[in-house]
Design a protein around this ligand. Structure first.
Ligand code: OGA
Ligand code: NI
Length: 366
């Protein structure tokens, strides 16, 4: 917390606790007519990078990849793998269209997320929790009690999608059917992407799947309420994802950006597209061949903005096994850049650190 004295610290903590206890999230503040961003959400001026100029005019270099012929045309597949490789090495981000998830499913997924977050607070409250082992829970700012200087203008629910989804009765009706439908599409696309990443690394197509990169998948479903003073707070602070890779569905509002040196590049919404990004774990196991990019979400006068991030992570057992650079990618010329760790150790560090703009891979670098 950005404080100068113990009493400041106590004050911030008590404010965060009071906010937590409402169980109504940021949406609750907006519903109550809040016209000024409360101090616990304000980014200290010295930490604010909002004014850094954007490179919107170069956003076209982050490719939108058309997967239409990938299963039928081998030379096309090879070409697409090359584009995925270049994007994953350079930006750690790309978008895909013709990914076989019908637009109607994408629309209903966004609607389901909106419906949940717009339930009456009394109905939504029963799902409010900070117990990360629950298969379905909702809260605001997973790192609410972390050391970051400001909270984010965002509420989130998280649903385990694989290896097992929650029992239907454990998922709120508002998003039950669509989550159970969406997970199947996401796994199919996830496996295809893992094949493409494996091929991009000159590994056999099943390599990354067999490594366990699709064992556990979470749907992390965000709701960014309209913000009365968007220049003072962030939707999501700069971070890299704590997974192998992420499939992100965003709506038409925009605000997602990735860092390129000291500039921020917009990932512009493309109708029907999904955003794919490399997470810290793929960067680690590929010894930096694929890049986990820092990204953030700006808050906005316009809202709510809805997004659904599907995180591909190691399964429960694999989380305890050593995780390090893939041996086939190492040589005398390419020595390991990371020491072996476990997902459990890495994740504990990520969560304790909170979203503060620093890489969670740093302690594992050799
Ligand atoms: C995330 C994330 C981006 C978005 O959940 O890690 O970066 O658009 N989300 O909500
Ligand atoms: Ni992210």
């Amino acid at each position: 917390m950005a404080t100068t004295s113990e009493s400041d610290f106590d004050y911030v903590l008590s404010q965060r606790k009071a906010f937590d206890e409402t169980k109504a999230g940021v949406k609750g503040l907006v519903d109550a007519g809040t016209k000024k961003v409360p101090s616990i959400f304000r980014v200290p001026p010295e930490k604010s990078e909002k004014k850094v100029s954007n490179l919107s005019n170069t956003s076209h270099v982050i490719p939108v990849i058309d997967l239409a012929d990938i299963h039928t045309d081998a030379s096309k597949r090879h070409e697409l793998v090359e584009i995925v490789k270049r994007a994953s090495q350079t930006w750690g981000f790309f978008q895909v269209v013709n990914h076989e998830i019908p637009v109607s499913v994408l629309e209903e997924m966004k609607n389901g997320v909106k419906r949940f977050h717009e339930l009456d607070t009394k109905d939504k409250k029963e799902f409010y929790s900070r117990d990360r082992t629950k298969p379905f829970f909702y809260n605001s700012n997973f790192d609410l009690y972390g050391s970051q200087p400001a909270l984010n203008w965002r509420d989130t629910f998280k649903c385990l999608l694989y290896p097992d989804a929650p029992k239907p009765e454990e998922i709120p009706v508002a998003c039950r059917d669509i989550l159970l439908d969406y997970r199947k599409y996401i796994m199919k696309l996830g496996i295809l992407l893992l094949e493409m990443f494996s091929e991009a690394l000159d590994l056999i197509p099943n390599y990354l799947k067999d490594l366990g990169c699709a064992e556990r998948v979470f749907g992390i479903c965000h709701y960014y309420p309209a913000c009365p003073e968007p220049d003072l707070t962030m939707g999501t602070t700069a971070h890299a994802d704590n997974d192998f890779f992420t499939i992100l569905l965003q709506d038409h509002i925009g605000g997602l950006q990735i860092r390129c040196d000291d500039k921020w590049i917009d990932i512009n919404p493309v109708p029907g597209a999904l955003v794919i990004n490399i997470g810290d774990l793929l960067q680690l196991v590929t010894n930096d061949r694929l890049k986990s990019s820092e990204h953030r979400v700006l808050s906005n006068h316009v809202g709510p903005r809805i997004s659904v991030a599907c995180f591909f992570s190691p399964g429960a057992e694999a989380s305890l096994r050593p995780l390090g650079p893939i041996k086939e990618l190492l040589s005398e010329k390419d020595p390991p850049k990371y020491r072996e760790t476990t997902f459990t150790e890495y994740e504990a560090y990520f969560v304790a650190k909170g979203l503060d703009g620093r890489s969670a891979l740093a302690p594992f670098k050799i």
